[in-house]
Design a protein around this ligand. Structure first.
Ligand SMILES: C[S@@+](CC[C@H](N)C(=O)[O-])C[C@H]1O[C@@H](n2cnc3c(N)ncnc32)[C@H](O)[C@@H]1O
Length: 196
C-alpha cells in the first residue's frame, strides 16, 4: 500500500533520515552485526537513504532496493544516480521478480506494516535469501496502527496486523533464527535473524 500525503511527507524529509541513520541503523547493527561484502535486498526502500546506509554502515557490497511506488523509486534514483553497485527498481515485495537464494542480507525498514498480506512478503523474502543470510527489520505494530490518532492521520491496512511476538514467530516459522530483538514501545520494534 502506497503512503498517504502525510506519511509521504514524513518519510521524505531530513528528520526521517536523521532517525534512520542515528537510531535505527545503530540499533540494527548492535542486534545483528554487519554484513560485509553482502549482496543485499532492501524492500520498500523509499527515498533511497536505506540503500546508501546498507553499503556505508553495514558493509554490503551490492544493494538492490525495490519499492512499489514509482515516484519513490525516482527519488531514490536521483540520490543513487552516480553511485555504483546500488540499484533501484519498482517491484512488489509480495511478488519479487527475482530468482531463489541470491541475497546474503535482507532489509525491511518499516515496510511490512504497509503490506496487506505481509506473510506473503515474508515468504518471498525467505525464498530469495541464501542459507545463512541475515535479515534486519524495523517494524510498526498493531498498537501503533490502530491507535486512534495514527489511524486518523495515516493510511495503513487495518486487518491482519501483528505485534512484536507475532512478527518474530512468523519469521521463525519460515526458518529464520532470531539473533536480536528490541521493542522500543508496544507499537514499534527491531529484530534480526539468520536463515537456517
Ligand atoms: C513507511 S515507508 C518506509 C520507507 C523507507 N524504508 C524508510 O525507512 O524511510 C514504506 C515504503 O514501502 C513501500 N511499499 C509499500 N508496500 C510495498 C510493497 N508491497 N512492495 C514494495 N514496497 C512497498 C512504500 O511505497 C514506501 O516507500
Amino acid at each position: 500500500m502506497k503512503l498517504n500525503r502525510i506519511e509521504w511527507w514524513a518519510m521524505n524529509n531530513p528528520v526521517r533520515g536523521w532517525w534512520q541513520q542515528r537510531v535505527e541503523v545503530p540499533r540494527l547493527l548492535a542486534l545483528g552485526g554487519r554484513c560485509d561484502g553482502a549482496t543485499a535486498l532492501e524492500i520498500g526502500g523509499g527515498q533511497g537513504l536505506g540503500a546508501q546506509l546498507i553499503q556505508q554502515k553495514f558493509g554490503a557490497d551490492q544493494v538492490l532496493s525495490i519499492d512499489l511506488d514509482m515516484t519513490m523509486c525516482r527519488r531514490a534514483l536521483r540520490r543513487t544516480a552516480s553511485q555504483g553497485q546500488r540499484h533501484i527498481a519498482q517491484a512488489d515485495c509480495t511478488q519479487l521478480p527475482l530468482a531463489d537464494a541470491q541475497f546474503d542480507a535482507l532489509f525491511d525498514f518499516g515496510v511490512l506494516h504497509h503490506v496487506p498480506n505481509w506473510q506473503s512478503a515474508a515468504a518471498e523474502i525467505t525464498r530469495v535469501a541464501r542459507t545463512g543470510a541475515q535479515l534486519y527489520t524495523m517494524e510498526m505494530y498493531r498498537d501503533f496502527i490502530q491507535h486512534p490518532i495514527w489511524k486518523r492521520v495515516l493510511t495503513h491496512p487495518q486487518t491482519n496486523r501483528f505485534d512484536h511476538q507475532e512478527f518474530i514467530a512468523c519469521w521463525q516459522q519460515l526458518g529464520w533464527r532470531l539473533t536480536g530483538q528490541h521493542r522500543l514501545t508496544q507499537g514499534m520494534g527491531w529484530s534480526t535473524f539468520v536463515k537456517t
